[in-house]
Design a protein around this ligand. Structure first.
Ligand SMILES: NC(=O)c1ccc[n+]([C@@H]2O[C@H](COP(=O)([O-])OP(=O)(O)OC[C@H]3O[C@@H](n4cnc5c(N)ncnc54)[C@H](O)[C@@H]3O)[C@@H](O)[C@H]2O)c1
Ligand SMILES: [Zn+2]
Length: 380
């Protein structure tokens, strides 16, 4: 076998059996890339083993990011790494997040450098979760970057975001990449790690690297088994089981939603332009939607008129509002193509063809409460 790369178009997609990775694999293959997948088929996500959507035209390596020999083998003759594999959501296993996400990324970078592999670019999946709270506008201080809301404040039922200088309520504003990054959940801490490790390594080695901070991503293939991630998927399975969607806080928190194919396109763009090299870039729709609105959109699309419930619960470390400022990636040529309404109907069309849409959320909730991840408002 030749050590020569095929036109610089040979990709390793870690996590290529997952939501984003699998759509990216399809896109790359369609664009003529040769693709290898490294995925351990994490059982929380893939309860029935290797999903049928894993593209047969890609080489599939079943293996773990934590396994050095396996990662080294998967990197053989790879030109661009799209690092999507991660452990996600609100699970209580602290060490597993750090092992898979932080350590797994660190070790991959080490292998590439130690073995002097000819990797020409790394695009790493970061997240909007790296921000502590979305940017805000204070009537007196203008654009401000508020810290995470204190648990005591949330416990009082005050869900608002206050200006860090004068404590007035701040109006939500698009969050640019220069906002401070922190990590207010274990998952978020490890996304900060992944992003910083990759970008720092890139500066040290001269290998171009890009960290894409995805907004909430949804679409066909989103795990219907993992009740901890993907609010649209969770609401769908709740409603299909005749259960009301559960809103944390009052449901008026807002997020930026991206259809999975748009996120895949952002990865291809990051790999093929040099405009984002060395940078973190938000990827989002630029539109804010409240979680309550999501519940309504999903229930309308499914034609299941079950109203959501807000039971005075909240999750410490969660942001109130996060709308991506997408100026940077748009300047590099990114344009999201799928609207929220179209994306939701495509997801519902897909989920309608799935056999198992049981509600795993109810059991998960009990666990999250027991582990102190979900808290209750004490007085309002
Ligand atoms: N979905 C979102 O809303 C969202 C938002 C921001 C960032 N991200 C990031 O995007 C990336 C992809 O997320 P997704 O939504 O496609 O999740 P996903 O769970 O559908 O896919 C992740 C894939 O990684 C694999 N994986 C997990 N642990 C692994 C390990 N130890 N070794 C090898 N493979 C492993 C899983 O089996 C799965 O196929 C992740 O890095 C995630 O943190 C996702
Ligand atoms: Zn102020």
């Amino acid at each position: 076998m030749t050590r020569q790369l095929s036109n610089g178009r040979r990709a390793l997609v870690t996590g290529g059996a997952g939501l984003i990775g699998s759509h990216l694999v399809d896109l790359l293959l369609g664009e003529g890339w040769r693709v290898r997948i490294l995925d351990n088929l994490e059982p929380n996500t893939h309860r029935e083993g290797k999903p049928a959507w894993v593209n047969g035209a890609a080489e599939f390596v079943e293996g773990d990011m934590r396994d050095r020999a396996c990662v080294a083998a998967a990197l053989d003759r790879v030109d661009v790494v799209f690092h999507q594999a991660a452990y996600g959501g609100y699970m209580p296993e602290i060490s597993k997040y750090v092992g898979v996400n932080s350590f797994g990324t660190a070790q991959m970078l080490e292998v590439i450098r130690d073995e002097n592999l000819p990797v020409r670019k790394i695009v790493v999946a970061s997240s909007q979760a790296v921000y502590s709270e979305g940017a805000g506008v204070c009537p007196e201080h203008g654009l401000v970057f508020p810290p995470v809301r204190p648990v005591e404040q949330l416990r009082r039922g005050d869900f608002g975001v206050h200006c860090p200088h004068c404590d007035r309520l701040a109006r939500p504003a698009p969050t640019p990449e220069r906002a401070p990054i922190g990590g207010e959940t274990v998952y978020a801490i490890t996304k900060v790690d992944q992003e910083r490790l990759v970008l720092t390594w890139g500066r040290q080695t001269g290998v171009p690297t890009v960290a894409l901070r995805y907004s909430c991503t949804y679409g066909p293939r989103q795990s219907v088994f993992n009740p901890y991630t993907g609010v649209i998927a969770i609401f769908c399975t709740r409603l299909l089981n005749g259960q009301p969607p559960v809103l944390y806080e009052d449901g008026e928190q807002t997020r930026d939603f991206s259809f999975v194919e748009d996120i895949a396109r952002a990865n291809l763009l990051a790999a093929t332009t040099d405009k984002l090299d060395g940078l973190a870039a938000n990827v989002g729709s630029g539109e804010a939607t409240s979680i309550r609105q999501i519940a309504r959109l999903v229930s309308d699309a499914l034609n299941v008129p079950v109203a959501p419930v807000a039971r005075g619960e909240f999750r410490p470390g969660e942001m109130r509002h996060l709308l991506s400022d997408t100026t940077r990636i748009r300047a590099a040529g990114y344009e999201p193509q799928v609207s929220l309404a179209t994306g939701i109907s495509r997801y519902i069309e897909w989920i309608g063809r799935q056999a198992d849409v049981r509600d795993y959320f109810a059991a998960a909730e009990t666990l999250l409460r027991a582990k102190g991840i979900v808290h209750r408002v004490t007085s309002t």
